[in-house]
Design a binder for this molecule. Structure first.
Ligand code: ZN
Length: 92
């Protein structure tokens, strides 16, 4: 079952790939690998409906800090206010 034969953005060829996806919920992020149809021309990624639903569920859980079924793979950081290059600002 394929939702699209061609890229809906540019009409390019699509290829089934595994891609890395970053999801954000509140101040938390999760990275995971998922199958996607990727446009070989413009890079547009298309996900199946159940995958998109899972993304929503993951974002909601992160937002609610419900970390059951998640595991820690490192820490995330932002910079301090006094980072030497003042063009670089902390997030939040
Ligand atoms: Zn495209």
């Amino acid at each position: 079952m394929k939702a699209f034969d061609k890229c809906p953005v540019c009409g390019g060829e699509l290829a089934q790939k595994t891609v890395e996806k970053l999801l954000r919920g509140g101040r938390h992020t999760a990275t995971l690998r998922v199958p996607a149809e990727v446009c070989l021309h413009c890079g547009e990624r298309l996900y199946s409906e159940d995958i998109v639903r899972s993304f929503e569920e993951i974002r909601n859980k992160l937002q609610r800090q419900d970390f059951y079924n998640f595991r820690t793979v490192g820490q995330s950081f932002t910079v301090e206010e006094d980072w030497p290059n003042s063009a670089i600002k902390p997030d939040g």
